[in-house]
Ligand binder design. Structure first.
Ligand code: MD3
Ligand code: FE
Length: 206
């Protein structure tokens, strides 16, 4: 089922069945073994994010006190290249977005019961026509979607394990955030919590 929440936001509830979710989780666990979750810090203040992160793909999103938000081709702690994005993710991108060029980055966010992501815009990508594809795994989350201005009204969507969201123009620069997860609402992860994967094209590309 495909639902247009509003132009620029397409929602595919439980697009991935349990088997596909487990398969994707297996890929994810292998990637996190190579590229462990880290706590990004805010530019300037050095305040620590409550969401832990890592990446797959050619480049990955990182942030720290000194150099701020950016994409780079190595893990900030191990200094190694990011693990490859599994074929499954490229196939899903092709199936649901049909967009060329292919995504270069897959940001992995991990939320425990006290993690939050405040209202923000995603503005660190150079390719602003490319869609962003988001996949949720594990506990449900209260996702807040606003408009192009911070003051615009927001709506809340509950994102569940296996749900996919596609964000594209005219909503590509909309404000959005995660208020909190709903602990214990999924049995997919033994340790509980929620993973969100966001696939992105960063550079204009061929
Ligand atoms: C709406 N992640 O990593 S994914 C992020 O669930 C981020 O972890 C959230 O916001 C999460 O930057 C939300 C859904 C999403 C992603 C990108 C968007 C919604 C968006 C870009 C524009 C508008
Ligand atoms: Fe975001």
């Amino acid at each position: 089922m495909e639902i247009e929440i509003t132009p620029g936001c397409r929602y595919f509830p439980e697009f991935l069945n349990k088997t596909s979710q487990r398969l994707l989780l297996d890929h994810l666990k292998k990637a996190l073994h190579e590229a462990p979750l880290f706590y990004p810090t805010m530019p300037g203040t050095g305040k620590v994010f409550s969401v832990r992160m890592s990446n797959m793909g050619e480049i990955g999103w990182v942030s720290d006190k000194e150099d701020g938000y950016r994409y780079q081709d190595t893990h900030p702690k191990t200094k190694k290249s990011w693990p490859q994005m599994p074929d499954l993710l490229h196939e899903l991108w092709q199936e649901l977005t049909g967009f060329t060029p292919q995504p270069e980055a897959c940001l992995i966010n991990y939320y425990n019961a006290s993690a939050r992501m405040g209202l923000h815009q995603d503005a660190d990508e150079r390719h602003l026509q490319a869609p962003i594809m988001s996949i949720s795994l594990g506990d449900k989350a209260r996702f807040r979607l606003g408009g192009l201005k911070r003051q615009d009204p927001t709506r809340t969507l509950i994102l569940s394990s296996g749900d996919i969201l596609i964000l594209e123009p005219p909503l590509r620069m909309a404000y959005h955030g995660i208020d909190r997860i709903v602990p214990g609402s999924s049995r997919l992860l033994n340790e509980g919590g929620r993973f969100n994967l966001t696939m992105r094209r960063i550079t204009p590309g061929p």
